[in-house]
Design a protein around this ligand. Sequence first.
Ligand code: SF4
Ligand code: SF4
Length: 317
Amino acid sequence: MNTTLRPKPHNIEFEITTACNYGCFHCYCNAGKKSVVELTTEEIKSVIDQLIEAEAELLDIVGGEPLLREDILEILSYGRSRGLKMLMNTNASLATKELVKNLKEVVPDLLVGVSLDGPTPEVHEFVRGKGTFEKTMNGINNFLNAGFDVTLLFVVNRENYKYIDDMLILSEKLGANLYVDRFVPVGRGKIFKDRLLPTREMVEYVAEKLKAYKGNVELYIEENILGEECTAGRTHASILVDGNVVPCGHFRYNPEFYMGNVRNERFKVIWEKYNNQILLPNVCAKCSLRNVSCKSGCLAYAYLNESKVDDIHCKLL
Ligand code: SF4
Ligand code: SF4
């Protein structure tokens, strides 16, 4: 492969911990306990240096729950000082006024993504557990009151898809942006697949609502909702808690798709040598509709599916 043709890494997710104070049904990394192979502060800083070398643009700090790491301020501040646009995904339950104030002093332009799986306690808590809605809403308000740019992170599932309008209304009322993703049955999510997996009609319902939306909320829509080209390994990658790099976090349990490990190779080298074409399902590679009326949907979901295509977007089904 001619490595000079590789696009730069645009959006890199970095899973700095698998420790989490929640036990959500849909969690793709089965978060809960801190991993024994978690990267140290110095290793994380070295990876940030490697991302600068690879000319990455946006670093999305994810978990688990990133706020459980004692060095979270140091990590965010280091990434910012090296010139990366910093984003952090959190369940916001630990975002007290005091913590948010400290974050504002250290990383004032941090973009904050807060997982909210429904506009009411009943819908949100179906996946996240009793009592989590109020804690998360308190955290969101603390971030917003401190002047942070907040995006609500909504993962479409079988139960919450019909509340997409309410999520838009809530985002507007709060003054937050809205990111919409789709449940992919990986990790703990695999166990709860039957309760969570949305049908094609459900995803289409959400996609139509989002396409027709004309309000003030800034939308970020994951390509797996609209059927746009998958970014896995093309402009996006995830660095897992043990340093392994995967084209998308949803490939975390498939070592055959691993790109390398930042503990023993520079991220730039890992990125430049990767051929993301290996992710394309065989049936799509031979399909005449590919790049005509179809972009193959979510490649991770296709891989997990018995049919080996993304049956939510496949035009042949
Ligand atoms: S129509 Fe189906 S087989 Fe063809 S590219 Fe799309 S997902 Fe793949
Ligand atoms: S594999 Fe699916 S979730 Fe991952 S980047 Fe591609 S479309 Fe998005």
